[in-house]
Design a protein around this ligand. Sequence first.
Ligand code: FAD
Length: 427
Amino acid sequence: MAIKESPKATAAAPSTGIKVIVVGAGFGGLTAAIECRRQGHAVEIYESFPELKPLGDIISFGPNAGRIFRRWSDGTVADRMRPLSIDLRAHGFKIHKYTGELVITQRNPEIDPEAPVFNGHRGELHTVVFNYAREELGIPIHLGHRVTQYWEDEERAGIILDSGEKATADLVVGADGVRSKARELVLGYFDKPKSSGYAVYRAWFPNTDMIKDPRTKHFCENGDTFNGWIGPDVHFLFSTIKNGQDCCWVLTHKDEADIEESWSFPGKLEDVYKVIEDWDPICKAIVEKTPSLVDWKIVYRDPLPRWVSDHGRITLLGDSAHPFLPTSAQGATQAMEDGVTLAVCLKRGGKGRVPATVRAYQDIRYDRVRAVQKTGETTRDMWHKADWDKVAKNPESIQLPREDWIFKFDAEKHAEAVFDEAVRKFL
Ligand SMILES: Cc1cc2nc3c(=O)[nH]c(=O)nc-3n(C[C@H](O)[C@H](O)[C@H](O)COP(=O)(O)OP(=O)(O)OC[C@H]3O[C@@H](n4cnc5c(N)ncnc54)[C@H](O)[C@@H]3O)c2cc1C
């Protein structure tokens, strides 16, 4: 199967002649493909899900992702995401001790129009980006195509699908998520995930029952809200979105169960009630309105020794290279930064230097991603091991960190600035 040059590819930037196959149409894969198109590469996506479904629940994009979305279609993609996303300008983030006392209201910074923040339903935001890639840019996205094998030689790389079909390109990008198949080829072994010791019960539902209950209706009647309750080794976050129309909560708690990571394991309300026994009763009042929930085990993987294959023709990107803890709120954003960086590197390196270029991409990304990953642990531990006497004296200490080195980062500018030096050692 040959990759076709789309007429719109040349409209975006001069064609580089580089052909890229992206495996996976999550935020990482879609961003990689969109940015490859922006930088003049020919790109196609292969995705195992047979049709687009609005899966998942709450997902966060920091300003460092907003800056990327803003560059798409002169800001119209970001404009479409805005009404789907939580608006906390009036409410801020109210942080409570699990017993109910309000500790602090963390104000939200003004939205930077060039680097907006988005928090909303993963499926709804994903649909906006997916449709932009497919309908507006005309990027071929082959749904229902599961990749079963990867291969490479010095000149090319390729994939084999479960149908037996084959496709080849200058570069294959394994943006195939936490249970990546591409990772096996790159590493040469199967890296078994480890339990992180935590799991998250997660739910998203309409406000129908919330507004019937006098204890909970205020969450849905005055715009969007965001509240957190923090206890020993556990935290509960509850938000209302789209002007209070939808409700979402996540409860992170200790869990050593050794089952596979998945967004689809159903959870049980009785188990949630056990975790929040003796808590602020409003937490149970919220949880009992939940029609269904997911029990998502958070797994760990040690940092991979490398993201790039022996011949430099296959690379990992996003969760396949570096899964994140939800408390970092940066997993999807870092996957997007990967995509931007890779596309810039390929443009700068050119068709004749793909392997060196892809190694430079890993080099540019590796330490930053590792440092951002760690913030997931530090935020979780700051909450779960809170010393409430100290917090009483310094309530700001319990706020969500918002760090400039993460949020003010411009992946595109950075890649342009450091590429020449990064690639030199691989030539
Ligand atoms: C169904 C689902 C629901 C999620 N819900 C949430 C959520 O509510 N909140 C949140 O914060 N994060 C959620 N995530 C994770 C979040 O989207 C990612 O952490 C982040 O966006 C990084 O994305 P990624 O593109 O690297 O990986 P992913 O988003 O996991 O995308 C990987 C893609 O690769 C595809 N794929 C995997 N194997 C193959 C194969 N062999 N052949 C072809 N395609 C393949 C998968 O179907 C998937 O679409 C969810 C992920 C998925 C897949």
